[in-house]
Design a protein around this ligand. Structure first.
Ligand SMILES: [Zn+2]
Length: 504
């Protein structure tokens, strides 16, 4: 294979080394043979551009990943018989024409390798250092054989022992890197807990945990939540890349996202990352609750992690975008994402849209969208709030609002369908209070989980232009399908009282 024309590719320069980490934007001449043979030929032809000493790559057995459209060949770098930590070279080859189109390298250049000094600390001492580092209440034992390797630190390679230590109490399995020159612990992380981070949030608002806390002071300014107002929570199903990227939710749309190498995201409300932590946590919990209701496996409603912009606008407004299928939270007054019920309300729109695309196109459907979001938030958090807040939603987000206690909306509107505002200037949130109050009565009659299941399941037969009457009939149908119609009489009574129908 010929070397690449120097004008035919783009370079991503290395951060610590003078060699490139990436060549892209090119297509090599077609290779021949297996992906492994093509990758070898390509690296040989371009070794000067890449600045890689090919004799340091473990070239006998690269790892090969076969995608649909391309094959990816991965080489591990070794020096003096030892692995260089995370020093990979990957060659990416299009399957249809066998042309290489991308190469990435984290290999250390020759001068860095040659400057590396051998370690003095033996396996036994390294093992004792590693075990001491993770000592808990229970017993520790070493898992597998410790491995001597090279650990890159900027422009240096340290000789290091990689030791796996299992601990019984609290249960953990650490991977510890011990510097074999100095004996210092370079890095230690719990491999079992790597996917669960730690955060602090309000569940759903500061008043729920600290009953003495009042949102506003005498002069109407918002007060700093007390330390007692926070709940320390696990952040579940994180990918472990240091960001709030998980299986159910990701804050990847947020500008200047927070990062934590050990997945510890505990911080106060006035720190920028707090909204990210809060929105990640609450969306993850909302989807986990759907799973608990039975929407798992082939019935799961969200196939991909829901994408969140936790600080998406200066305005006091938050929304779900059906086009993008993303959640955006605003920063006006109180940052919206700080309030768990605001997150749940917006998530309610995402949930309806996932079940029933483009929900809320007519006046009544839009009101049902708002009412359902309030119901969903209120239902999830009711038991976690003190008595005065149980019939309200978004009391932290709505701290500047009216009413006792202040809130964005209530769940006990006395209104019936007769007062539904059908005019062109109608507010779907006000109309929505008729629907949320109706759902709230359904919840009182059926109890929380039974009601949540019936109400979520009723959405599968609705469409974007639905009406209160059709929504009520769908709830009766869902009760028939799930509970053999056990609550028919109670449900009909509720809908009649609210003027919603006909339901038969
Ligand atoms: Zn809404």
């Amino acid at each position: 294979m010929k070397p690449l024309d120097t004008r035919s590719f783009k370079i991503v320069p290395g951060r610590y080394y003078d060699t490139p980490t990436e060549l892209w934007g090119f297509r090599s001449e077609p290779g021949s043979g297996t992906p492994e043979v093509i990758a070898h030929a390509f690296l040989d032809a371009n070794r000067n551009t890449l600045g890689i000493d090919l004799t340091t790559l473990a070239r006998k057995r690269p790892r090969i990943i076969h995608g649909l459209g391309a094959n990816h060949v991965i080489f591990q770098q070794r020096w003096q018989g030892l692995r260089v930590h995370r020093a990979y070279v990957t060659v990416h080859i299009a399957a249809h024409d066998k042309r290489v189109y991308l190469v990435k390298s984290r290999a250390a250049p020759r001068d860095v390798l040659e400057a590396a000094r051998e370690g003095r600390i033996g396996e036994d001492r390294a093992t004792r250092i590693a075990a001491a580092r993770v000592r808990g209440h229970g017993r520790t034992r070493i898992v597998g054989a410790p491995e001597l390797m090279w650990f890159p630190a900027r422009r240096l390679l340290h000789p290091a022992w990689r030791v796996r230590v299992h601990r019984t109490k609290p249960r953990a399995e650490f991977i510890v890197y011990v510097n074999a020159e100095s004996g210092a612990v370079i890095q230690a992380y719990d491999n079992l807990a790597a996917l669960t981070g730690r955060g602090r949030v309000f569940v759903p608002n500061p008043m729920a945990r600290d009953h003495a806390f009042v949102p506003l002071d005498d002069r109407g300014r918002v007060q700093r939540p007390t330390q007692a107002a926070y709940v320390e929570v696990p952040l579940a199903r994180l990918k472990g890349n240091g960001h709030l990227d998980g299986a159910r939710a990701t804050t990847r749309l947020t500008a200047k996202r927070i990062r934590s190498a050990n997945n510890d995201f505990r911080m106060d409300w006035n720190r920028k990352g707090f909204e990210e932590v809060s929105s990640y946590y609450h969306v993850d919990r909302a989807i986990a609750y759907l799973e608990e209701l039975g929407y798992t496996g082939s019935r799961r409603i969200f196939v991909k992690a829901l994408q969140i912009d936790a600080r998406g606008t200066r305005e006091d407004n938050s929304w779900y975008s059906p086009g993008e299928r993303t959640l955006t939270f605003g920063l006006g007054d109180i940052d919206d994402a700080e309030d768990g019920e605001t997150v749940f309300h917006e998530f309610g729109h995402a949930l309806q849209d996932a079940i029933c695309p483009d929900f809320g196109q007519s006046l009544e459907a839009a009101a049902m969208g708002e009412g359902f979001g309030d119901y969903w938030a209120g239902s999830y958090f009711e038991a976690k709030k003190p008595q005065p807040y149980r019939l309200t939603v978004m009391s932290w987000d709505g701290a500047y609002g009216v009413g006792v206690p202040p809130c964005v909306r209530r769940l006990d509107s006395p209104h019936t369908y007769e007062t539904f505002d059908h005019s062109s200037k109608a507010d779907e949130h006000v109309n929505g209070e008729i629907w949320s109050a109706t759902l709230w009565e359904v919840r009182a009659a059926l109890h929380r989980k039974v009601a949540d299941r019936v109400i979520v399941d009723s959405h599968f037969q609705l469409d974007g232009f639905t009406t209160f009457a059709r929504g009520a009939r769908a709830i009766l149908d869902a009760d028939r399908n799930l509970n053999r119609g056990r609550h028919e009489t109670a449900l009909k009574r509720i809908f009649h009282r609210r003027g919603i129908g006909p339901v038969e």
